[in-house]
Design a protein around this ligand. Structure first.
Ligand SMILES: Cc1cc2nc3c(=O)[nH]c(=O)nc-3n(C[C@H](O)[C@H](O)[C@H](O)COP(=O)(O)OP(=O)(O)OC[C@H]3O[C@@H](n4cnc5c(N)ncnc54)[C@H](O)[C@@H]3O)c2cc1C
Length: 408
């Protein structure tokens, strides 16, 4: 039987992942009139849809359900023309000007890829855990669920920085914070300062050498059975909520070997959400960052959407106006904030007026278009690049009319 040919579709931007970060990037890209596709493998809305109560997202003074909030995000993205495909991205090719995103049936080609694949909290794997995950007594987010546990007894699993710092935060609300630590008495994985503060906190009680055996309860978690690794004994501990902080697994398998990741597997990105590959941005929980929340994913998405629009516009300008065309090009790369750069603008202006038929002049202000300077390989300003046959023929740093004319 003949194998069915894979379809190929072309977009300006492909966003991988439809959580808060990806949806916000979609809203910004769609509104900038970019042909935008968002690919989501399970539920549009991402991790936020797992919670019934989002109380800290601004603009909703009475709070909102995760699904309710994310539906609004999706509706807004659709309003700006973002297309959605519900499928799993299997692999990507990110290098070069045209990126490739492969799904089972289709190959998507795009000028920009935005990575918004989020991650998942690591779980203990203990008996009955699945039954109580997220809204049934097992939480992964103290910022989200601490207030709901005011005056109650909670259990924290783990002893790393996140576990201990979040545990300390929980003591502001809860009556008692038990902490299950798998190591011997006094040995913890967190930093020394957090350790000292936690050990001195009267609301915290450490259960050394313990791991979770099972989670018990009917509809909601009632107790956690902890096994002592030294004695082998198992004891139930009655708690209102259990917080697991034993790690977070970013969804980055498909990017391994292509993009710079941290040791823990997060994608490295700068303040503009740029990764180490041009035209590839990263947003939300999958990015190495200080705080994983809807509000921060939204901020990332807005920046990446804005940066994408700028990158694509610069790319078009680079090909059409700077290196394209038959005629020799003179590109003046300058910094408008610098007096010398501004003075030389007059020289460039005169040169242009006297030679309109001989060469084409383009001005690039690095304050607005640093990306174009990078594409031209220019790091110091002011500088003139002479373009012949689609590439830089010469750089001129000592900018005079004579010097430029001699290079044409
Ligand atoms: C139980 C719980 C409660 C929370 N409560 C709050 C709260 O009250 N307030 C708050 O601000 N934050 C809360 N958070 C955190 C918040 O949900 C996250 O910070 C936010 O969802 C991050 O958004 P994101 O877009 O980065 O990633 P995600 O929401 O994780 O979305 C990533 C999406 O990418 C998709 N994806 C992954 N790989 C692929 C692939 N290969 N192909 C296609 N799609 C893919 C996934 O299916 C997922 O839908 C909570 C988290 C949890 C788990």
């Amino acid at each position: 039987m003949a194998r069915r040919e894979k379809k190929v579709e072309e977009y300006d931007v492909v966003i991988i992942g439809g959580g808060a970060g990806g949806l916000t990037a979609g809203i910004y890209c769609g509104r900038a009139k970019l042909n935008t596709l968002l690919i989501e493998k399970s539920l549009v809305g991402g991790l936020a849809t797992y919670t019934n109560d989002i109380e800290n997202y601004p603009g909703f003074p009475e709070g909102s359900t995760g699904i309710g909030l994310m539906n609004l995000f999706q509706k807004q993205a659709k309003r700006f023309g973002v297309k959605f495909k519900l499928t799993d991205v299997k692999s990507v090719e990110l290098e070069g000007e045209v990126k490739t995103v492969e799904t089972f049936r289709t190959t998507y080609k795009a000028k920009v890829v935005i990575i918004a694949t989020g991650g998942r909290p690591r779980v203990t794997g203990a008996t009955n855990e699945e039954k109580f995950l997220f809204d049934k007594g097992i939480s992964f987010c103290a910022t989200c669920d601490a207030a709901a546990n005011t005056g109650k007894d909670v259990l924290v699993i783990g002893s790393g920085d996140a576990a201990i710092e979040e545990g300390m935060f929980l003591t502001k609300f809860a009556r008692k914070v038990y902490v299950s630590v798998m190591h011997d008495t006094g040995k913890m994985d967190c930093n020394e300062i957090a350790k000292e503060a936690a050990l001195a906190n009267p609301k915290m009680e450490f259960l050394w050498n313990t791991v979770v055996d099972s989670f018990e309860g009917d509809d909601y978690l009632d107790s956690v059975v902890l096994k002592n690794l030294k004695t082998g004994d198992s004891q139930p501990l009655k708690v209102d909520e259990c917080f697991e902080f034993i790690g977070y697994i970013p969804n980055t398998d498909i990017f391994k070997g292509q993009i710079d990741l941290t040791k823990q597997g997060y994608v490295l990105g700068n303040e503009q959400m740029e990764t180490n590959i041009e035209g590839v941005y990263v947003v939300g929980d999958v990015k190495e960052k200080f705080l994983k929340q809807v509000a921060t994913a939204v901020g990332d998405g807005a920046i990446a959407g804005f940066a994408t629009e700028k990158y694509i516009a610069e790319s078009e300008m680079f090909h059409d106006q700077i290196i394209g065309g038959e005629i020799t090009g003179v590109v003046y790369v300058y910094n408008a904030a610098d007096a010398k750069s501004r003075e030389l603008l007059t020289v460039i202006q005169e040169l242009e007026e006297d030679n309109t038929d001989k060469f084409r002049v383009t001005r690039v202000d690095v304050y607005k278009s640093l990306g174009l300077a990078n594409r031209l390989g220019i790091k110091e300003f002011p500088c003139v690049a002479v373009i012949k046959e689609g590439k830089v023929d010469k750089y001129i740093k000592n900018i005079t009319k004579e010097e430029i004319l001699a290079s044409i």
